[in-house]
Design a protein around this ligand. Structure first.
Ligand code: SME
Length: 165
């Protein structure tokens, strides 16, 4: 199934690309309940679909310390292992349960630079079927202003379809 995924066949425009990708992800993950497998697959397919996604992956709510995120499946350079809810863009998205778009990481107070090459990022909360926060998805780019409302909508739709049902 995954072998048939051909990113170059996705739509060229961004909104269409997210739409096509959502369908591909749903097809690959059909019948697979394991959360790690689902997160790993989403990370890999997002990275393959969007070349400017320099780092893409999940920070998962820690089971023991529920005010802390711990790194989950990701694609990219070495990520920080743990992020408290009180810190960084990931912490803000987890705390406020809303998507945070940062056009310039230097202008975001408390931004955590796991990799100094990251210039902009988007972090989207991941909710489970019961509405509880499971994780956040973090995507970083090497250029400023790489993410906008189309990315927010596209990623939120994929995450809802993948984790909230
Ligand atoms: N920049 C994020 C930390 C995670 S990484 O960049 C992979 C933040 O401020 O929460």
């Amino acid at each position: 199934m995954a072998e048939s995924f051909q990113p170059d066949r996705l739509a060229a425009d961004k909104a269409g690309r997210y739409r096509d990708l959502a369908a591909e992800i749903a097809a690959v993950l059909e019948g697979e309940p394991d959360l790690t497998a689902r997160m790993a697959t989403v990370s890999s397919m997002l990275r393959a679909a969007f070349e400017h996604f320099y780092w893409v992956g999940f920070y998962v709510v820690d089971r023991m310390r529920t005010d802390e995120l711990v790194v989950g499946p990701y694609q990219g350079t070495l990520g920080c292992l743990r992020i408290a809810f009180s810190r960084g863009v990931c912490g803000a998205a987890a705390r406020e349960r809303r998507t945070v778009v940062v056009e310039d990481v230097d202008a975001f107070p408390g931004h955590i630079a796991c990799d100094s090459r990251s210039r902009s990022e988007i972090v989207v909360p991941v909710l489970g079927p019961d509405g509880a926060l499971l994780a956040v998805l973090d995507v970083d780019a090497e250029t400023a202003g790489a993410f906008d409302a189309v990315d927010a909508e596209g990623l939120e739709t994929i995450l809802r379809a993948t984790f909230a049902h």
